[in-house]
Design a protein around this ligand. Structure first.
Ligand code: 8DG
Ligand code: MG
Length: 152
């Protein structure tokens, strides 16, 4: 879908400012019990050892949905069949400016697990606050909690 296409400015690698900027496809994956799948970042990665919603950088020429499907296949071994926009977050870490394009994964096959050796687990939405996520993730956790508190 053309509206889902990565803006060229977010993936262009020409200037130092552009090199610092990354567009990231992030997946919020929910199971039938309403739990969310999270992973722990590696010690050698940016935002080392923080917990995250799985995903990764959008490569040139990819849509966010394509990048999400590729990253979730590589990192946790699931096949994404459908996703929908959840929210978008801009955050500047100083060394890196990230645009998180967050998608709710609404249909998938396979059983997620940390294929790159990363710790991973299903957690209830109310438990997410106990995990150390990157600073950019605060609004994601808040929005998930708001959605749960609206359920009757
Ligand atoms: N995947 C993911 N990345 C996040 C989250 N929150 C957050 O600030 N980030 C940041 C950390 C990184 O700077 C960037 C994602 O990069 P990444 O390391 O996952 O990218 P990638 O999977 O393509 O990995 P690589 O090619 O660099 O090895 O976005 C999140 O919840 N999930
Ligand atoms: Mg990643």
């Amino acid at each position: 879908m053309s509206t889902d296409k990565a803006p060229a400015s977010a993936v262009k690698k020409s200037s130092p400012a552009a090199q610092r900027k990354v567009l990231v496809a992030v997946g919020v994956i929910e199971n039938s019990q309403g739990e969310i799948f999270i992973c722990r970042r590696g010690a050698d990665q940016h935002q080392a050892n923080k917990w995250e919603f799985p995903g990764g950088k959008v490569e040139a020429g990819e849509t966010v949905a394509q990048a999400l499907a590729r990253e979730l296949a590589e990192e946790i071994g699931i096949e994404v069949h459908a996703c929908q926009p959840f929210m978008q977050i801009e955050h500047d870490y100083g060394d890196k400016h990230v645009t998180l394009a967050i998608r709710k994964v609404t249909a998938f096959s396979g059983t997620p697990s940390g294929l790159e050796g990363q710790p991973s687990r299903w957690v209830s939405v109310s438990e997410l606050n106990q995990y150390d996520f990157p600073a950019a993730n605060g609004p994601i956790v808040d929005k998930l909690n708001q959605a749960v508190s609206c359920k009757l």
